[in-house]
Design a protein around this ligand. Structure first.
Ligand code: C2E
Ligand code: MG
Ligand code: MG
Length: 917
């Protein structure tokens, strides 16, 4: 520049024309000079900007490192759950040191003033607290045993802290990013301005050259000067463009041909300059965004603005990876092209963090659980946020929720112990969980499972509470329903056994405090099984419902009737006075049942055996009282149908004996303590035995000889009869086999309990026994009761048994239902007339008529009739004269052991020494 001025002053002899030309040349040189100085000036301030930009980029990168370190710690912690010592996995010393170092560098580099620094310090505090929270959650898990659930509140707390950390980092990065974008734009503007200066300088140089050529005055000097200036500007532009840390590229706005790209862009897009030059710029976008890109360019061209921020866009690396960039653009002329100069700053990490925050906040909004965030203001918790689920569950809008007090809003009864303990937990700034009953605005009741946890600041002071609850009304109602169902009988809707238990204790407590009596009345329907078996279960159900109705009608509101089991009912009567009054009430209840009731087209007269036990006279303990009422009922039943009995000491003794016998019987089955006695069945005219009835005998070391009429019912109740029956059959078959060799027509009968029909595969068991003992089926007879005949499905079994060659006798005929319909459907081989009728011969006309009728019926239907319990010659005479086929009884022989029975077979009389009874 100086050289140009010196040169002008050194030519005083020039003509006016030459002087004008020289002035123009000087002016042109000045323009060039200005352009160059502007470029140089710009390059000074650019140096500072560069520095700031580099430090901002460094801060962004440090923040990214922080983000990565926390994310990695979180991942390691979660992956390590359950592994010994995993709490330290998330935060090893190396990582902790890296975080501390990063914070130190950030404190040094972070621009943005006091506010940013404050945020950074808060961030640092949270980073310190978070590993401790993870540690607490981990210790809790260790306590809860590996594999269990971490106490959700502890982990939630740690997660909240992590979330705050992420948010703060993200905030700082946003601020930093805004600064970078600003600097980016300014840098680009400068470059564009440089290019304009460059263009002006070049134009001025060219002009000067023209003038110089034209005037031939100092032409070469001017030309060199302008070329130097232009070259310098170009070099500076290139240098700045090339070295700029942010990715920059220039492309043709029509052909999208990439004209140039700096080193940062080459790194960012993963391609060399040569490779980039072969790509159209739209190839740097994902296919789906190409249209948008073209529209953007078109809009920039049409808008007339030469540059600006295009916002965040998705770009694509040469290898196809998609990333986010913040784009600014300038339109300019470049190397003869109408071009777009683009800077693209990678903001992928920030966008992802933003996305993850968005997803989290979306998840909160979309959560099925109500979420409330309340701030602690003056000791009260005032709501600052509610999600959509809150509005749905409570029926209250977010608008009315914000600013309201938590407990007023959820409308729960704060006087309950659960609610009180929750409020205390909040006051103590700790966590709490509870099941609460609340009311909606419309008054409807709902149940919530509520969890509250404080959100702590860096000094562990709670600033907020997070309350999460779910509507568990359905579950609670269902549980209530189950509880009711568990206490209620589905058929009669009376309380059941559990219902009785639940109420009885309270009733007894009341009786104690009021000095009153209470009675348990145990009712068991007589022959109910027959109703079920003959009329079907629907009819049986109808009877049970009617019985329930009648019994319920007989008690007061403070008393109770329950269906205890199948056909058993228990009434708890209260405060009726003395024991006699209770007995009178129980008798009245029993009588109330005996009114006829029509089921289908049958008239049924329900009857019950009833036992009564009174508090406090018989026992003060509810279970014992029930046991006594049951025992009294059991005794009443054995006295005949429709009986009632008040508990007494003797019953207790017997009940006790029954229990000990049952125990002894179990041992007897295991130790094979049974034997068989045989009672002959004889021809009444000749006394010749045609066979025997096998009768089981049990001699217990403690209880001595126990009669089958005592232990068989116990064996039936306990199911032991199945094993005992099998034992009896096995031994009877073996004995029969032995006798049959000499007496091929002998028929030995074996008693079969109805329980054996119900609980075992009788035909299979019998077939196997016959085969094992090699006895012929025609030598064996099964004695069944009328009840078996009536049981559903039994006819099929009986026919199967008969097909095997066995004969069937109906035992104790006349004591059960003696339904002629059933007799007709299954014609047995023998009818064994019950001894109660035989006993009436010579005494009761009615009995004699029945005996005659049964004998006549047997004869007509082709069934042999055996009279049981013949003890007197009168009985024998009567039977003989009425055509009885066979008799059995003490008159001829008592049951005896096998040896005696054998002798009886041979001689027709029992040997005294071998008799058993
Ligand atoms: P049941 O089948 O009716 O047997 C006849 C019962 O009458 C036998 O009583 C027998 O000793 C008794 N008896 C026979 N003649 C007379 C008599 O002239 N006067 C009197 N007072 N009694 C007589 P036991 O042996 O005590 O058996 C009683 C009941 O026990 C049997 O009655 C039968 O129902 C059952 N029982 C006996 N053994 C078995 C068995 O092995 N299995 C099953 N399931 N029940 C059996
Ligand atoms: Mg019998
Ligand atoms: Mg009998």
């Amino acid at each position: 520049m100086d050289a140009v001025g010196t040169h002008i002053q050194a030519a005083p002899t020039l003509s006016r024309h030459v002087a004008r030309t020289a002035a123009i040349a000087v002016a042109a040189a000045l323009v060039v000079c200005l352009a160059v100085s502007a470029t140089i000036g710009a390059s000074f301030s650019r140096g500072e900007d560069d520095q700031r930009l580099r430090s901002a980029l460094a801060v962004t990168s440090e923040l990214e490192t922080l983000l990565t370190l926390h994310a990695a710690a979180n991942t390691d912690f979660l992956e390590g759950v359950g592994v010994a010592g995993y709490s330290s996995r998330g935060w090893p010393i190396r990582r902790a040191a890296a975080v501390a170092g990063t914070y130190d560098r950030l404190e040094h580099d972070l621009a943005g003033g006091a506010d940013a620094l404050k945020k950074l310090r808060q961030l640092r505090r949270l980073s310190t607290a978070w590993p401790q929270e993870l540690d607490t959650a981990a210790r809790n898990l260790a306590l809860a045993n590996a594999g269990d659930i971490v106490q959700p509140m502890l982990l939630q707390h740690a997660n909240k802290t992590l979330s705050s950390i992420m948010t703060l980092i993200s905030d700082l990065r946003s601020e930093e990013r805004e600064q970078i974008a600003d600097m980016q734009f300014r840098a680009q503007g400068q470059l564009v301005r440089q290019r304009i200066s460059l263009a002006v300088a070049s134009a001025a140089g060219a002009l000067l050259l023209l003038f110089a050529l034209f005037t031939r005055q100092r032409a070469s000097l001017t030309k060199i000067r302008s070329q130097i200036v232009a070259g310098e500007a170009q070099r500076r532009f290139r240098e700045y463009f090339e070295q700029h840390p942010v990715s920059m590229l220039i492309f043709d706005v029509h052909s999208y041909e990439i004209l140039t790209a700096n080193a940062a862009a080459q790194r960012q897009y993963g391609a060399t300059l040569e490779q980039l030059r072969t790509l159209p710029a739209d190839q740097l976008r994902p296919a789906a965004d190409v249209e948008e890109f073209r529209r953007d360019i078109q809009a920039h061209l049409e808008s007339g603005t030469r540059g600006g921020a295009a916002g965040v866009r998705r770009h694509r690396r040469a290898d196809g990876e998609i990333f986010y960039v913040d784009v600014t653009y300038h339109l300019l002329d470049f190397a003869g092209h109408e071009a777009c100069f683009v800077t693209a700053h990678d903001v992928t990490a920030h966008e992802q963090a933003k996305e993850s925050l968005r997803v989290r906040s979306r998840a909160l909004d979309a959560s099925k659980n109500a979420v409330i965030i309340s701030g602690k203001i003056d000791g009260n918790s005032t709501i600052t946020y509610v999600n959509a689920a809150f509005e749905r569950i409570t029926g209250r809008s977010a608008q009315e929720a914000i600013g309201a007090e938590l407990w007023n809003l959820i409308g729960c009864d704060i006087s309950t112990p659960d609610a009180r303990s929750m409020r205390m937990a909040m006051r103590a700034e700790s966590e709490g969980a509870s099941l609460l009953q609340c009311r909606r605005r419309d008054g409807s009741v709902y149940w919530i499972d509520l969890h509250v946890a404080p959100v702590l600041d860096g000094q562990d002071r709670p600033t907020h509470f997070v309350t999460v609850f779910s509507d568990v009304s359905e579950r609670v109602l269902y549980q209530e329903q189950l509880r009711t169902q568990a206490h209620e009988d589905a058929l009669t809707r009376l309380p059941n056994r559990l219902g009785l238990k639940a109420t009885l204790t309270g009733m007894i407590e009341r009786a104690v405090s009021e000095g009153n009596r209470l009675a348990l009345v145990f009712l068991d329907l007589d022959n109910f099984k027959e109703v079920n078996d003959t009329l079907g279960h629907t009819a049986g159900d109808q009877v049970l419902c009617e019985v329930a109705r009648r019994l319920s009608g007989a008690v007061s509101r403070q008393e109770l009737v329950v269906r205890y089991a199948g056909d058993e009912f228990v009434a708890a009567l209260y405060g009726r006075g003395d024991v006699d009054s209770f007995m009178a009430a129980a008798t009245a209840m029993k009588e109330a049942l005996t009114h006829g009731l029509t089921v289908g087209n049958r008239l049924i007269v329900p009857q019950a055996s009833v036992g009564v036990a009174v508090f406090p006279d018989h026992s003060r303990d509810p279970d014992t009282l029930l046991k006594y009422a049951d025992a009294a009922m059991y005794r009443a039943k054995s006295a005949g149908p429709n009986s009632i009995l008040l508990f007494n000491h003797e019953i207790a003794v017997q009940d006790n004996r029954r229990a000990t016998l049952a125990q002894a019987l179990r041992h007897a089955v295991a130790s094979d303590a049974f034997s068989l006695a045989y009672q002959p069945r004889v021809n009444p005219a000749t006394g010749t035995p045609s066979g025997f009835e096998a009768l089981v005998r049990w001699q217990d070391p403690e209880h001595g000889d126990v009669s089958p009429s005592v232990f068989v019912p116990i064996a039936e109740e306990t199911g032991l009869i199945v094993q005992i029956g099998q034992w009896v059959l096995e031994h009877a078959c073996r004995q029969t086999k032995a006798w049959a060799s000499q007496h091929p027509d002998i028929v030995v009968s074996v008693n079969v309990s109805p329980v054996q029909f119900e609980r075992s595969d009788l035909p299979a068991m019998i077939a196997a026994t016959l085969e094992r003992t090699a006895v012929s089926a025609r030598n064996i007879e099964l004695e069944i009761t009328e009840g078996v005949l009536m049981a559903p499905g039994s006819l099929v079994t009986l026919r199967a048994l008969r097909e095997m060659g066995l004969s069937i006798a109906i035992d104790d005929f006349g004591t059960g239902y003696s339904s002629l319909g059933y007799i007709r459907s299954f014609l047995a081989d023998r009818l064994k007339l019950d001894m109660s009728f035989v006993r009436g011969i010579g005494r009761s006309h009615a009995d004699e008529v029945i005996v005659k009728a049964v004998l006549a019926m047997g004869r007509t239907l082709g069934m042999r009739v055996v009279a049981e319990g013949v003890e007197t010659p009168v009985q024998l005479e009567f039977l003989l004269s009425n055509g009885c086929d066979e008799v059995q009884g003490y008159w001829f022989a008592r049951p005896m052991n096998a040896a005696a029975a054998h002798a009886y077979l041979l001689h027709g009389t029992a040997q005294e020494s071998t008799r058993v009874t």
